[in-house]
Write a protein that binds this ligand. Structure first.
Ligand code: SF4
Ligand code: SF4
Length: 385
């Protein structure tokens, strides 16, 4: 595949040309594997995990990285599962650098060593995002379902900074860890992170299975808003905080992935091109594979990517709404999960006829729900002892 120099590549653009539903893709989430030593109950991987024997080979990923560059992609985010379990990760990072892609590693950090971090930096890795489950070690290890994981993350964050790589701390927040948000902010600053992602759980896949154990109370969400605002002010110029609010307590839905098939896409471990990590939860859609088509063909012609692009597919009330070009009707996966119809208005929107019911569900589950997790694993999940 191509050795196209970055300067000769098409320029990716966030805004599609007039009359088009999508532009060139800016970023790709490359899910190298669904294998992972952790078992987070909110994992964004599908309930049915890809098997190791079905994963794309090194040569296939290297070809696909070249195709990304040809298509105009600027950034590749190596993710999983846990991408570090792939022994060829360094080869893939090096290939990404050769074709002019900015590469980011999204990792639990379990399995990383100091030598590996420096080797990845040498291969051209620019940025590392480490997920933390909490700031208290016992709580973090319980949520991740992995003993000693928290200590390993602290070590790895130090190596990342020592290697001169940019660091983001990712913290997925829910009812059982929101009380630790101030400590998590302080931890990110102490670790030398430039960015903190405070990402409230989005409820599909494993998180939907665990919704009663994860759903925050309304008071927790209000406090989370306050803590984020205060921390943004206190650490201005030191730490950038990205904040994803919980959908169920919102009046307007999030602009999911910047619009379906509009700016970014995912590639699953077995090579399926998806508009987002949860899209396989929508039954009845066939997602094309890089094993069968080039990325360029898939981006333009895949029926699944074209299904909810733009605004023409929208039903009422989205069809005539002033916000339809801002949020693109919200999240299709959430619409499917909560209504059984992926084309329905996202129930997170106050204009959806189902909004009041899901808001009530959230409140009831937050007040009376269980604290026991169903841990994510290839057997379909294991209940916490
Ligand atoms: S969310 Fe947890 S279980 Fe899922 S891939 Fe990330 S670290 Fe592994
Ligand atoms: S009605 Fe549709 S387009 Fe309007 S705010 Fe709600 S989800 Fe967005």
């Amino acid at each position: 595949m191509s050795e196209t120099a970055a300067a000769e590549r098409p320029a990716a653009s966030l805004s599609p040309e007039a009359g088009r539903t999508h532009g060139l893709p800016v970023a790709v989430l490359a899910e190298l594997t669904h294998r992972c030593p952790l078992q987070c109950p909110y994992c964004s991987n599908p309930l049915e995990l890809d098997r190791p024997k079905d994963e794309l080979s090194t040569a296939e990923w290297q070809r696909v990285l070249g195709e990304m560059a040809d298509l105009g992609v600027l950034q590749v985010h190596f993710s999983g599962g846990e991408p570090v379990v792939r022994r060829d990760l360094g080869d893939l990072v090096r290939r990404a650098s050769e074709v002019g892609l900015y590469s980011n590693l999204i990792t639990s950090a379990v399995g990383l060593t100091r030598d590996r971090v420096f080797a990845l930096a040498d291969a051209g890795l620019a940025h590392v995002q480490i997920s933390f489950q909490a700031s208290d070690a016992a709580l973090a290890n319980r949520i991740g379902g992995y003993r000693h994981g928290h200590a390993q993350k602290h070590l790895a964050a130090g190596w990342v900074r020592e290697a001169g790589l940019a660091l983001t701390v990712n913290a997925v927040m829910h009812r059982q860890n929101l009380h630790e948000l101030p400590q998590i902010v302080d931890m990110a600053v102490t670790l030398g992170a430039q960015r903190l992602e405070v990402a409230n759980v989005q409820y599909y896949g494993w998180a939907l299975k665990n919704r009663a154990a994860l759903m925050p109370t309304r008071a927790q969400v209000a406090e989370c808003d306050r803590v984020v605002e205060e921390a943004r002010e206190r650490f201005r110029g030191v730490l950038t905080i990205d904040y994803v609010t919980p959908d169920y307590y919102a009046d307007r839905p999030k602009t999911c992935m910047g619009g379906w098939g509009r700016q970014v896409f995912n590639i699953s471990p077995s090579g399926k091109v998806l508009p987002c990590h949860a899209a396989e939860t929508i039954t009845g859609l066939h997602f094309d594979s890089v094993r069968d088509h080039s990325l360029g063909w898939i981006w333009e012609h895949s029926p699944a990517l074209n299904r909810y692009r733009g605004t023409d597919w929208m039903p009422a009330p989205c069809r005539s709404c002033a916000h339809k070009d801002e949020d693109f009707g919200g999240c299709r996966c959430q619409a499917f999960a909560l209504t059984g119809d992926a084309a329905a208005t996202d129930p997170a929107c106050a204009l959806s006829p189902r909004h009041a019911a899901i808001f009530r569900t959230a409140e009831v589950e937050a007040e009376t729900g269980t604290t026991r997790f169903i841990y994510r694993n290839p057997t379909g999940g294991t209940a916490e002892a």
